[in-house]
Design a protein around this ligand. Structure first.
Ligand SMILES: [Mn+2]
Length: 249
């Protein structure tokens, strides 16, 4: 089984509560979809908790835009929303740009934001995420956009935050399944897990007072959900985070 967990954003109490409900087993991969950090009450605690659990369980950490931003900020000496100990920075640096896996016969992709349609104009397949350091610059730039992907224009390019127009759409609405079934975070869906034809949005806005959600994906393709309500709204959503509700199934 694969267990996928949406954006934690420093919500340590909710993460610990969710953890209690998961069928933890060394044979089950647990995949975090990125944005473990920032906005919420205890990023330090979340990073230390994840680091500790990594010693016991097979964890996969997918990078979010907040982790990418924090690493960039740290490199130029800017302050972060958490105390950047060497252990916490190493954890962030080891996060993958995305993760490809198989659930039975089903091809799946775990990614923080999503895949914009124009990506497939240059590439026929996803590269190996483990070799990111050796990718050409162009490919790294293209994949970096997966971490930020929300709305796309009719040409399939990502629309800058707050600049969505009527002709633009949420990427998952038109995703044709080129990389298999996608599990993603990044876009908060406060009414619960978002189901698209070939993609599931697992950021259910815990830090905004929603839920922390996990998907339990069985090898036969069955999907179950585990959710923990937020103890409170720790942050207010920025207006651009829900420009208009994407069209889910
Ligand atoms: Mn994000």
């Amino acid at each position: 089984m694969h267990i996928l967990i949406g954006d934690v954003h420093g919500c340590l109490s909710e993460l610990k509560a969710l953890w209690q409900q998961l069928p933890l087993d060394k044979a089950h991969a647990i995949i975090f979809l990125g944005d473990l950090i920032d906005k919420g009450p205890d990023t330090d605690g979340v990073l230390d908790f994840v680091q500790a659990q990594r010693q016991h369980w097979p964890l996969v950490l997918v990078r979010g835009n907040h982790e990418a931003k924090a690493l960039r900020a740290h490199r130029r000496g800017a302050p972060l929303e958490f105390n950047p100990t060497p252990e916490r920075l190493t954890l962030l640096e080891q996060m993958l740009p995305f993760y490809v896996f198989k659930a039975g016969q089903q091809r799946c992709l775990a990614v923080h934001g999503g895949i914009y349609p124009a990506f497939w104009r240059h590439e026929s397949a996803l590269p190996d995420p483990e070799t990111e350091a050796q990718w050409p610059r162009r490919l790294r730039d293209q994949v970096q956009r997966f971490l930020f992907c929300r709305y796309v224009n009719p040409k399939g390019h990502i629309v800058a935050l707050g600049h969505e127009n009527a002709e633009d759409h949420f990427w998952a609405e038109s995703y044709a399944g080129q990389a298999g079934t996608v599990f993603f975070g990044h876009q908060p869906f406060l009414n619960g897990v978002a189901r698209f034809a070939r993609a599931y949005g697992l950021d259910t806005g815990c830090v905004f007072g929603g839920h922390l959600s996990a998907a339990l994906l069985w090898p036969d393709g069955q999907l179950h959900w585990q959710q923990v309500p937020a103890q409170k709204a720790y942050a207010a959503p920025l207006s651009w985070e829900a420009p208009r509700p994407p069209q889910t199934l």
